[in-house]
Design a protein around this ligand. Sequence first.
Ligand code: HAM
Length: 420
Amino acid sequence: MGERVRSVKGMRDLLPPETAVWAAVEETARRVFGTYGYGEIRTPLVEPTELFVRGVGEATDIVGKEMYTFEDRKGRALTLRPESTAPVARAFVQHGLGDRGLPVKLYYCGPQFRYERPQRGRYRQFSQIGAELIGDPGPASDVEVILMLVRFLQALDFEGVTVLLNTVGDDTSRAAYRAALVDFLAPHAGALGDDSRRRLGTNPLRILDTKVPAEREILLHAPALDGYLTADSRAHFDAVQEGLSAAGVDFAVEPRLVRGLDYYSRTVFEIVVEGLGAQDAVVGGGRYDGLIGELGGPEMPAIGFAIGEDRLLEALPESFRASHQPGAPVHLAAAGSVEPGALLGLAESMRAAGLAVVAELGGRSVKAALKRADKAGARWVVLVGDDEQAAGEVTLRDLEAGEQQRLARSAAIAAIKESS
Ligand code: HAM
């Protein structure tokens, strides 16, 4: 016997019946996002490495240590996408998607790859459901995007969703704040860990969301970005908050929220839901007004978010899960000298009537068939023995009630359909 091959570390198989819940979640996203005028985009899993280096940023964890990067046979540097905002921005530029009018509203759903340490809720292949609104700079668009996200979570039966909100300001605000933060932290450099010391030179704002207690202590006295916002950035942030309040969205301003990707400007947000570790955001998003210009496109404001679907499923309310798990199929078995092949015609007419049917074609005993049906959680078993076959009837057994009756085929189909 050969040795077993196992899936790659951090990459999972999703199996039925759980996959039906995934499909229902995605279906709900399509429906809700559709009501806001979003269309689906599907970008390749593989992109030129340069897209993420320029788009997500050289100093980020993603580009620095988490990408699956390789050379193809012609020596081109390629990367399995670690996120989809940069690919969507690339596609927007490549196809001139803005030419037919702005804003352009796109959503996506699919796998992403990051070489992170696997643990619950963190995988090396994971799935995101995301949306991007490209071409409108106004705060009302920020509000609408966040509102759509909240509506989606509500459609999945999540209750008490709170959006954590912050602004990272525009370029001018950020440059002034970065300088002030570095001035403040430089004398403490010796007390910072390796990661934060490195970030002091590359990406000082990221130090703000450190989880290291000693560093958090130091940061208590750090200047706040709030004091460095330009009037314009402040007005935008105020308008977003007013809009969210007016729309009835629960949010909390979280001054330390800076997000781990370089392309953000102004509004940033995350959603953390109960049931997952406090540091595990289910959703991350924000405005990225400079990204499309950075990728060779026109100056083009944009905002979006991505939901970690794996984490979403782990925290999914039981009520949604229960109402979207498919019922077990009807089991169909031959008895006496009836050949299993004789079940095929009946099974087809039951399916044509809209029933899910598993026909026992392996010629097992009725007892084995009943056991299998019971194990599958089925309520109905349809038995066809010699007598039934001669009379064009079936025996319909109700495993829940522990009863059975002889019925004409059409009557059996009607009885099963009535029960579901
Ligand atoms: P992100 O915060 O890097 O943002 O990822 C968004 C979400 O993806 C996270 O909140 C988390 O739920 C999920 N996620 C990230 N890494 C993993 C992992 N290793 N395993 C499981 N889930 C994970 C972005 O990706 C941005 N593109 C979001 C965005 C869209 N910003 C603007 N538009």
